[in-house]
Every structure is written in C-alpha cells, then in structure tokens.
Design a protein around this ligand. Structure first.
Ligand code: ADP
Ligand code: TRP
Length: 323
C-alpha cells in the first residue's frame, strides 16, 4: 500500500490551477485500491503571507469544501487541518537543525521575495522545512503537486536523507513527487502562473456572471477579428484545451486558424465549457460552504486519525535524537 500525501494553503479560494494541478490528480490517486491518501489544509503555511484570522478561517472552509466537492473520500483516507496536529511544529524544529542555510536561501519561495529582505519573515524563509515536516511526519511515499513545488520536494528528500544517513537508520521514508504531466502549470488571466496571491485566478465555483468577468479578463494579443489566430500562443485556448473534449478542442483550433473568430467568441466558448464541466462540483462546493458543521465533522474525524500516526513518528524521532 502506497501512502499519498498533499496539502493546499488556506490563503484564498481554490482556483482552476489548484484543481487541475493538485486536487483532481490527488483524488484520482486516492481512489486506487493500492493507495491510502493524506490530504490536509496548510493553514500554518498561510500565516507566512496572511495574518487576518477571519480570512484564514474562510479559506480553510473553501479549501476543505473544494476537496469534498471533487469527491475526496474521507472515510477511506485522512483529511485534516495542519494546525490541529501540533506535532508537525516540533518535527519542523528537529528538521531545521538538519537543514543547511544555503539550501533555504536557494528556495524559490524565499528567493523570489528576497529583494526586500525587511519584508521577509523567518517563517517564509523556513517554509520548506515545515513542508518537509508535513510529509515526513506521515511516512508519505508519493506527493502529488504542481511543478512549482518540485524544488520543495527536493529539499524534503535532502533533509530526510541527511537525517537517515546521520543516524544510519531509516527513520524517515524518502518521498517522491508526483507531478501531473498533463497539467504542469496553469496560467492565470494575466499570463502569469495562476495563484491565489496574484488575483489572476479562475474560480469555477462562482456564479456564471462572476465567472464570466474573470474569463473575459484573460489577456490576449490584439489581433483584429478577421485575422487568423495562433491557438498555441493563446491563453484562452490553452485553458479550453485543458478542460474540453479533444474533438471540441480541434473544432476551436480550426476556428482560430480560419479567422473571423474573435477572442470574445473564444472566451464565451471557454466560459460555457467551464460551467458545463464543473456544474456538479460547484453545486457541491456551495452546499459545503453553507454547512460549516458538516465540514467541521469531517475534519475532526480526520484529525484524530492523523494525530495517532503523527505521535508515533514523533516518538521514533525523539528516541533517535535522545529527547
Ligand atoms: P497558490 O499559488 O494559488 O497559493 P498553492 O501554493 O496553495 O497555490 O498550491 C496548492 C497546490 O496547487 C500545489 O500542489 C500547487 O503545485 C498547485 N498549483 C497551484 N497553482 C498552480 C498552477 N497555476 N498550475 C498548476 N498547479 C498549481
Ligand atoms: N507548499 C505547498 C504549496 O504552496 C503547500 C504544502 C504545504 C504542501 N505542505 C505540503 C504540499 C506538503 C504538499 C505536501 O502549494
């Protein structure tokens, strides 16, 4: 039995990038008989960039509701909030003492913000260590994530190996990333990586009129309606291709190439396919968002299971360290 583990930060509502890059691949893996999945909401990580408690609670709800809406089976698997398993903070401390400073200084999550060091908190700097603790605490074998998390997984593996080699014992399972090849990196409406932090997201759970606003704001070039257009450089087409059936994608491709087809038309086609494809999930998501007690019950149940495993790992680590 392989153990799958992944987390999403509670720093906003989950978007199409989170869904295609993380939620759907992880739910698919969790359904295999050979796998057992741990899915959590990385609410401690969200504190590195977001301090408002109300916004965090609302985001925790939204991330949890998105997993359930996409059919994550909480009975067979383990579903929890990172902050409810305090063992993870203790393990992060131990691991931080096995993490070379330059490895963290090289992490993109820190480097991208390091131009203005006064704005970088130590939590952001040690973010990859907490992530390693998330994974190593539960002996995960595979971690499904988007491409942007690849470096964090390499850091996790390096820390696990450093620890195991030092004590000459297989204390930690050394995990492998599982990067979904079909959906490596989804671009946002402004052409950058779609991210909760850039306000460039497509939120498929919104009512159609609000979703339309987001779709219509996707940046394109300014070729006139009559001109033939290149589908392969167009972000609207790329998003369509990811969610539509192959024959509909081919039809749209021909329309781009033929000319007399504007980006407005393409955006309407994208909007229609998004609404049709995710209708059921949007309904389920909104149902969970309005039933806080049901969400809470699912999470508390998962937290009991997670805590049992976490405390066993921690005992093993403490013994090894002489605490
Ligand atoms: P965000 O950047 O929106 O805050 P997170 O960092 O919480 O997203 O990422 C949660 C999961 O979703 C990770 O596995 C991450 O790799 C994946 N993910 C996030 N954005 C994208 C994207 N634009 N394309 C593909 N996967 C993504
Ligand atoms: N850093 C991840 C992200 O921003 C979220 C995360 C935290 C995570 N801990 C994890 C993902 C452990 C996978 C495994 O996307």
């Amino acid at each position: 039995m392989a153990r799958i583990l992944t987390g999403i930060q509670s720093s906003g509502r989950p978007h199409l990038g989170n869904i295609l890059g993380a939620i759907q691949p992880a739910v698919a893996l969790s359904r295999s008989e050979q796998n057992n999945a741990f899915v959590f909401i990385a609410d401690l990580h969200s504190l590195t960039s977001m301090r408002d408690a109300g916004t965090r609670l609302e985001s925790v709800k939204a991330v949890a509701a998105a997993w359930l809406a996409f059919g994550f089976d909480t009975q067979r698997n383990v579903f929890y909030r990172q902050s409810q398993i305090p063992e993870v903070c203790e393990l992060a401390w131990y691991l931080s003492c096995f993490t070379p400073f330059p490895m963290l200084a090289n992490a993109h999550s820190f480097k991208d913000k390091s131009e203005n060091l006064a704005m970088v908190n130590a939590g952001l700097f040690t973010y990859p260590v907490l992530m390693a603790a998330d994974i190593l605490l539960y002996d995960a074998h595979f971690v499904p994530v988007g491409k942007d998390q690849k470096q964090h997984l390499e850091i996790t593996k390096d820390i696990a190996n450093a620890f195991n080699n030092h004590y000459q014992k297989p204390i930690f399972v050394v995990p492998e990333p599982k990067i979904s090849e079909a959906t490596p990196l989804i671009m946002g409406t402004d052409g950058r990586k779609m991210s909760k932090s850039y306000q460039n997201t497509i939120d498929i759970f919104l009512p159609k009129n609000q979703l339309k606003k987001q779709v219509m704001s996707i940046v394109t070039d300014s070729l006139p309606l009559e001109e033939p257009k290149n589908p392969d450089t167009c972000n609207v087409f790329k998003l369509f291709e990811l969610v539509a059936e192959p024959n509909d994608t081919e039809t749209l491709r021909q329309k781009y190439l033929a000319g007399n087809f504007g980006y407005g038309h393409a955006k309407n086609a994208l909007l229609d396919v998004l609404v049709a494809k995710y209708e059921k999930e949007a309904e389920a998501f909104n149902h969970y968002m309005s039933d806080e007690q049901a969400l809470e019950k699912e999470l508390i149940n998962g937290e009991q299971k997670a805590r049992e495993i976490a405390s066993k790992t921690l005992t093993r680590v403490r013994e090894c360290l002489g605490f």
